[in-house]
Design a protein around this ligand. Structure first.
Ligand code: HEC
Ligand code: HEC
Length: 336
């Protein structure tokens, strides 16, 4: 656990606006900065104020390159992600809804359950999902393995049982062999879920223009895009959308000042805004069809601010710089 000195927290708190709500948010943001800096020990030694923090730290950090992984586990995970035997009657694969050739999701407002009814939530992109602190819109899962297990056994998503999947994979000599090579044993629950999670951890999209700018390439962003980023910080978007995924590290209410989308569930994991220009439609129910609309509605409902056209355009321009690349190919949108 990171140690953060009491005096540095007090320094952070004192330097802030006095409304408790804002103080709370800024302390959170401050904590996040201290943690993101990886410099807990440094922070404990030499307390830094918010002003000092913001001079050399941004509240958003670049997407890293994927972690080193065992190539056999990785290749097996990729195969499994595209394998229909993970579903009832070979109906679909994980990749049927999470298309890694485009945006890691699809373009639908909401995908269909196996029985043809509409799912309650818009499909999250699988890109950079591994960098969020919890998984799914409500943040119900703490590990990718638990999420994958639930997706396979969810009657509306894959509609099967892990044991049935294992039986089918074990009966395929090529698959049994691949598991044996990667894990030294045939398919079992742990190796199945580990292979999928290993693959998901590789689905990162570094190299966005914004990350290049963070890395010191001043020419990577236009003046308008930088204005948009400044607005994103000064308006307070960054109090919820921050860290490596520009979201994905807090639970928050939506519709704080005005209703946003369908009111339930009330509390959501703040979604990541990485690659957001490529992942319409927006919100947990897919209710906003364009990024511009999502930005205007966010500002109104979460911050009680009505944005001018110019402000909206600048923020959208900034958000478009968050698009990265997967295996060297820029993430692109997908039509429904
Ligand atoms: C029918 C479309 C569909 C299929 C097939 C599907 N998913 Fe998903 N996926 C979704 C939806 C919808 C959500 C959001 C669910 C929620 O929030 O409750 C989601 C969310 C996720 C997330 C969370 C992402 C985040 O940002 O938190 C992961 C990880 C994931 N799926 C992995 C998988 C895996 C692994 C499989 C295959 C075993 C799979 N999905 C199959 C639709 C699908
Ligand atoms: C109080 C926390 C909070 C603040 C402040 C906030 N957001 Fe959000 N944001 C959320 C939550 C929670 C959601 C998910 C809402 C939903 O799906 O119903 C969200 C969703 C979004 C989405 C849609 C993402 C997607 O994939 O569907 C965008 C775009 C967005 N926010 C941009 C912004 C911008 C721009 C600002 C500032 C004008 C802002 N947000 C301020 C919490 C916040």
């Amino acid at each position: 656990m990171h140690r953060i000195s009491k005096s540095s927290l007090i320094a952070v708190t004192r330097a802030l606006p006095t409304s408790p709500r804002w103080r709370y948010r800024w302390v959170l943001a401050g904590l996040n900065l201290l943690i993101a800096s990886g410099g807990a020990a440094q922070a404990a030694d030499s307390p830094r104020t918010v002003a000092q923090l913001s001079a050399d730290q941004e509240p958003i950090t670049p997407i890293p390159y994927p972690p080193a992984a065992d190539p056999q586990k990785l290749a097996l995970g990729e195969r499994l992600f595209g394998d229909r035997r993970l579903s009832r009657d070979d109906a679909r694969a994980c990749s049927s809804c999470h298309d890694t050739r485009t945006n890691g999701a699809d373009g639908n407002r909401r995908d269909l359950a196996l029985d043809g009814s509409e799912l309650p939530f818009n499909t999250n992109t699988i890109f950079n999902a591994a960098l969020s602190f919890r998984f799914s819109w409500e943040g119900s899962f703490r590990t990718l393995e638990a999420q994958a297990e639930a997706a396979i056994e969810n009657p509306r998503i894959m509609g099967t049982k892990i044991d049935d999947v294992l039986r089918r994979l074990s009966a395929d000599p090529e698959m049994a062999h691949r598991f044996d090579e990667a894990y030294g044993r045939g398919p079992d629950r742990a190796s199945l879920l580990d292979a999928i999670a290993t693959y998901e951890q590789s689905l990162l999209t570094p190299g966005s223009r914004f990350d290049r700018w963070l890395g010191g390439d001043a020419a990577a962003l236009s003046a308008e895009e930088q204005d948009g980023y400044r607005l994103f910080k000064t308006l307070g978007c960054v109090s919820c959308h921050q860290g490596v995924n520009v979201g994905g590290n807090l639970f928050e209410r939506h519709g704080i000042f005005h209703p946003l989308a369908s009111p339930s569930p009330e509390i959501l994991r703040v979604p990541s805004l990485r690659n957001v220009a490529a992942t319409p439609p927006y919100f947990h129910d897919g209710d906003a069809s364009t990024l511009e609309e999502a930005v205007r509605r966010m500002s109104k409902t979460q911050l009680n601010q009505t944005l001018s056209d110019e402000q909206t355009e600048a923020i959208v321009a900034f958000l478009k710089t968050l698009t990265g690349a997967y295996r060297g190919h820029p993430v692109t949108g997908r039509s429904p």
